[in-house]
Design a protein around this ligand. Structure first.
Ligand code: ARG
Length: 737
């Protein structure tokens, strides 16, 4: 009994100091908001200036947004960049063929000359950021209508960005925070020559596949490496053979010390989006409509893709990245709904809203501003319910086919062809972009697979969207094809120029408005878009407008209501810091999930008959001989670990950094029990899943033999326990005796 009580008290102390730290903080706020004190309490040894500084090099100078969808960190003074395997997946796939499948075999460049350029990929460093809210508030009065406010914001944004980029030479971007209550300016430097340096085979980098995705315990070596190149002058430059590796302002030293429960951990990165201020009505709406519809359409699309991919090796490679993208969020939406229900998020939100109502009721002078906020939002969601399927089917089904969005790009051509005063240069420019888009589109394309997706998804559209909202094209399908969607699809794919690269190219050689307007894919897409812009969007627009302005007031009100609470803004692809510690968790009663996994678990999960769980022979050999080099620990090879950092999509590839500012891992996923985390953070359950840096180094060195890459990194060897002076040892031992 006594034991239990002390254990209980001990737990309380631990959990109040090493508290789960919700929050994705803006780096300029580290010094205020008590964040820095909290981090020190958790064990941080760096100064605030060493984390984010405008005047000296700091941690933030080693962090990049990778292509706007992931995060990467610089890990050598020669521009070597570490990120996730799944962030490089598209790049790896695009360099793959049946004969030379880099997804299957992995790839490690033997020399700089072997590093593979990736057109279109860029990285962005944050130079600095600034709060410009006051500047905005000068023109944003409370009496503006939603449209007026929006117009002022766009205008101000343009002005401030223009001024800042002219004054500094950097790219400038203003974003709104706290649902439109605050505004910040960001200055960036963008590099566009980014080459693939290394990636393990999928059987390591995506080990566990969709089955293990979004789950702990995990055994995935989800890492890859790029190198950032600059012009010979060290400045950003387009790809050129003459370019040289970036000399970064900072690169992260790497720790081999390993992680223990309770260790301080912070994650710096570019989280994409969260909805932490969503109302109960919004949550219910996601549960009832958005999530099930998205899952249903994706289910169908994935099953068609999978069947064709399983039957054809070349197709499997072509569609690998497209498939992974669709399935990642297919599983996400399933998990999110489950989490929202299991964790009673609607009720939790309702209780916040009740407090808000009580508070507004006590604030007579403010009632006019806040008291209708929640009821308007409730009504708005009711209104949205009527039209949301149309919107979802457009985005998931119409844009889930490949031919229709591709055909839609040609509407730009129709504008110049129609416009008699358009100059030949103008139309040539449009044709040139479309030629590029055509190359890109057909590089990884199967018309026969797309035809099946087209037939199936559009049939679902016709069934699930209210009849009075259907675009006119469906009437023709009913009349001409007796609603036989396969027949319709066959006709479209046979007769459209957009189902074949040769025909599209021939069309671009001699573009004609008549041909375009008669093209069945183009016609179908016109019908979908006309329907959306004329019938659906006007209804949605005013509702979204109401939601937006009331949500802004709701967030402002909450902050006014709880002046002592530290609020953080929703993620919006800007640089954020989240801090916490290495933490195990209890996924359910009686089960403890430890903070670390090892190679033993890879061997346990190994299944040569299941592609998702194949293990390379070489890795099994290293496991059997325990040949772990300096990366192992007590005869074991760590693989992944978890922390309670608050991350989301876009953070993938982010560095996990220890108290000394050294790299200990790479964040890559969230966990199943808290999939509702983007809407409500769960202290007890929510974890950030990371590849242990020691596993990454072990794979590079021992598995791939790419020791030359290890050599350019700054590796900090584990510190020996400080040896005590001989005399004091004797003294202590004597005392103990
Ligand atoms: N769930 C991870 C994320 O969104 C991606 C993991 C990729 N792995 C996979 N099996 N699809 O960040």
């Amino acid at each position: 009994m006594y034991r239990t009580i002390t254990a209980f008290i001990f737990c309380l102390i631990i959990s109040s100091t090493a508290r789960a730290d919700e929050g994705m903080w803006l780096p300029i706020h580290i010094k205020n908001l008590l964040l820095y004190e909290n981090m020190q309490e958790l064990g941080l040894k760096l100064s605030a200036e060493e984390i984010y500084s405008v005047n000296q090099s700091s941690l933030k100078d080693a962090i990049v947004s990778l292509g706007g969808f992931c995060t990467g960190e610089v890990i050598s003074d020669q521009g070597l960049l570490l990120t996730n395997h799944h962030c490089a997946y598209d790049a790896i796939q695009s360099h793959s063929t049946v004969e030379n499948d880099l997804l299957e075999n992995g790839f490690f460049a033997k020399s700089r000359a072997d590093e593979l350029p990736n057109e279109g990929l860029y990285v962005r460093f944050l130079v600095r950021m600034e709060d410009v809210t006051e500047q905005f508030n000068k023109v944003l009065s409370d009496t503006l209508t939603a449209e007026e406010r929006q117009a002022f914001i766009s205008q101000m944004t343009q002005e401030v960005e223009k001024q800042a980029s002219e004054a500094t030479g950097y790219e400038a971007s203003v974003k709104s925070f706290f649902a439109g209550n605050e505004f910040y300016l960001f200055l960036y430097e963008t590099y566009r020559d980014i080459r693939l340096v290394g990636a393990p085979p999928e059987s390591i980098g995506k080990f566990g596949g969709d089955t293990d995705n979004w789950m702990w315990p995990r055994h995935t070596g989800d890492f890859s490496m790029f190198r950032i190149y600059t012009g010979p002058d060290g400045k950003p430059a387009e790809y050129s053979e003459d370019n040289i590796p970036l000399k970064p302002r900072h690169h992260l030293p790497i720790s081999l010390e390993g992680v223990e429960e309770g260790d301080f951990a912070m994650v710096f990165g570019f989280p994409g989006s969260t909805d932490r201020y969503l109302t109960s009505y919004g949550v219910q709406f996601a549960l009832d409509i958005t999530n099930p519809t998205r899952v249903k359409i994706r289910d169908k699309r994935l099953s068609i893709l999978k069947k064709d991919m399983d039957a054809d090796e070349a197709l499997r490679i072509k569609y690998a990245s497209k498939y992974a993208q669709v399935s990642n969020y297919w599983k996400y939406f399933i998990g999110q709904s489950q989490g929202l229900k299991n964790l009673n998020i609607v009720e939790k939100k309702q209780s916040i809203e009740q407090d808000f109502r009580d508070w507004t009721a006590q604030q007579p002078q403010q009632r006019s501003q806040y008291d209708t906020v929640l009821s308007v939002m409730e009504k708005s969601y009711d209104q949205l319910r009527k039209y949301q399927e149309s919107y979802l089917y457009l985005s998931e089904a119409v844009f889930g086919t490949e031919i229709l969005p591709f055909a839609y790009q040609f509407s730009r051509l129709s504008s110049v062809l129609e416009n008699e005063s358009a100059s030949p240069e103008e139309s040539q420019a449009v044709v040139a972009t479309l030629r590029e888009a055509t190359e890109e589109h057909f590089k990884d394309y199967s018309a026969s697979t797309d035809q099946k997706v087209f037939a199936a998804l559009l049939e679902m559209y016709a069934q699930d969207v209210p009849a009075d909202q259907l675009p006119a094209i469906f009437e023709r399908v009913q009349k001409k094809y007796k609603s036989n969607y396969s027949k319709w699809a066959a006709q479209v794919f046979e007769n459209s120029v957009f189902s074949s690269q040769e025909e599209t190219k021939a069309f671009l050689d001699d573009p004609s408005l008549k041909v375009l307007e008669k093209d069945p894919a183009y016609q179908a897409m016109e019908s979908f878009m006309d329907n959306y812009f004329e019938q659906i969007a006007p209804m949605l627009r005013s509702t979204y407008g109401d939601l937006e302005s009331n949500n802004r007031l709701f967030v402002a009100g909450l902050r006014e209501m709880n002046p002592d609470q530290q609020y953080y803004p929703d993620a919006n692809s800007t640089l954020r810091l989240t801090y916490g510690s290495v933490q195990s968790y209890e996924p359910k009663d009686g089960v403890l999930f430890q903070h670390l996994t090892t190679l033993e678990g890879v061997a346990e999960k190994r299944d040569p008959n299941n592609m998702e769980f194949e293990v390379p022979d070489k890795l099994m050999e290293l496991y059997q001989t325990k040949d772990y080099g300096p990366y192992g620990m007590d005869g074991e090879m760590p693989v992944c670990f978890i922390t309670n950092n608050d991350i989301t999509g876009g953070n993938s590839g982010s560095p996990v950094i220890n108290a000394q500012g050294q790299l200990i891992g790479t964040a890559f996923d969230g966990n199943w029990e808290a999939m509702s985390g983007d809407i409500a953070f769960e202290d007890e359950l929510q974890r950030c899943i990371n590849v242990d840096i020691r596993y990454t180094l072990f794979i590079i060195d021992k598995f791939a033999g790419a020791n030359h890459l290890i050599e350019e990194m700054t590796i900090v060897e584990p510190q020996e326990e400080p040896e005590l002076e001989p005399e004091s040892v004797t003294e202590e031992t004597e005392e103990e005796r």
